[in-house]
Ligand binder design. Structure first.
Ligand SMILES: NC(=O)C1=CN([C@@H]2O[C@H](COP(=O)(O)OP(=O)(O)OC[C@H]3O[C@@H](n4cnc5c(N)ncnc54)[C@H](OP(=O)(O)O)[C@@H]3O)[C@@H](O)[C@H]2O)C=CC1
Ligand SMILES: O=C(O)C1=N[C@H](C(=O)O)C[C@H](O)C1
Length: 265
């Protein structure tokens, strides 16, 4: 499968280049960075800290997309929406790990999925997607006397909050309870907040150091507390998930898929 990595110089971009180079049945067809990036013209393999791959980084996606099978995209919301429109024109697989989308962005991704095969998830790891299933089940089992709080910590460079994973886990909890996350979510608390509203799903965000990604869902009930957690130790888990998603989507019809489809959960 011929794959293009966009955001090639990013933390995930470099990890994805390494993962594609190592994967059986996949080849790096191209690497993209934004116009003006110092990475333009450099060899993608050297950028990723492996040997030369003979693939220069460019800022021109469409010519690469039309001759590729898929694109792996962990960039930023505006970039991903633009790449989705190009991937739809080229009718290729678009694996989206980017987080922090607005409702309008998500609508544009849905429109692109009429023509392309999109796989989007706030977290591409096996562990988090299994955890989401457990959260759904626990939330469905426990009543509203158990308050649900989602706690996350990431490295100091992360730009969006709550994390895509926190929102995915919050959504799983809301589904388990058969409520709308939009109506129950509390993403910030400050000052005299008043008592906690029954049924709210709270989010708390920590940022610092080099933390790859820690998430916990806490069910706090009368005199007992259940905590379900995931700790990412290496970004390779996300890159492996993204490759799996691309290979899974190769022979699927156009549509918007999630990692639960890919992993058969
Ligand atoms: N779903 C998952 O499993 C995971 C998701 N993520 C998400 O992936 C995203 C990226 O994370 P991370 O790698 O840490 O971030 P980085 O900032 O390290 O990387 C993003 C890269 O994308 C580049 N970029 C931005 N806009 C464009 C554009 N228009 N064209 C080409 N390249 C562009 C950036 O360039 P520049 O620096 O010049 O802006 C940068 O090199 C985030 O949204 C993060 O939350 C991360 C890990 C796992
Ligand atoms: O920005 C990151 O680093 C990560 N982003 C994703 C998120 O927003 O949940 C996934 C992972 O936790 C790392």
């Amino acid at each position: 499968m011929k794959l293009v990595v966009v955001g090639a110089e990013g933390r995930m971009g470099r990890m994805l280049i390494r993962a594609v180079a190592e994967a059986e049945g996949c080849s790096l067809h191209g690497a993209i960075e934004r116009a003006g990036s110092p990475a333009i013209g450099r060899d993608a393999g050297l950028l990723a800290g492996i040997g030369e791959l003979g693939v220069p980084v460019t800022d021109d996606p469409l010519p690469l997309f039309v001759a590729a099978d898929g694109v792996l995209d962990f960039t930023a919301p505006a970039a991903t929406v633009a790449f989705a429109e190009l991937a739809a024109q080229a009718r290729i697989v678009h694996v989206i790990g980017t987080t922090g989308f607005s409702e309008d962005d998500l609508e544009r991704l849905r429109a692109a999925s009429f023509h392309a095969r999109l796989v989007r998830s706030g977290n591409m790891s096996l562990g988090v997607n299994l955890l989401a299933g457990l959260v759904r089940k626990v939330a469905a089992t426990l009543g509203e006397e158990f308050d649900i709080e989602v706690l996350e910590m990431h490295h100091r460079m992360k730009v969006d909050a709550p994390s895509g994973t926190a929102l995915l886990l919050g959504e799983a909890a809301a589904q388990g309870r058969n409520v709308s996350l939009a109506e129950t979510s509390v993403a910030t608390r400050e000052g005299h907040t008043g008592a906690r509203r029954p049924g709210d799903i709270g989010f708390a965000t920590l940022r610092g150091g080099s933390v790859v990604g820690d998430h916990s869902v806490i069910f706090a009930g009368p005199s007992e507390r259940i905590t379900l957690s995931h700790h990412a130790e290496d970004r390779a888990i996300f890159a492996r998930g993204a490759l799996k998603a691309a290979q899974w989507a190769f022979d699927k019809p156009p549509g918007l898929y999630g990692m639960d489809d890919v992993l058969g959960l």
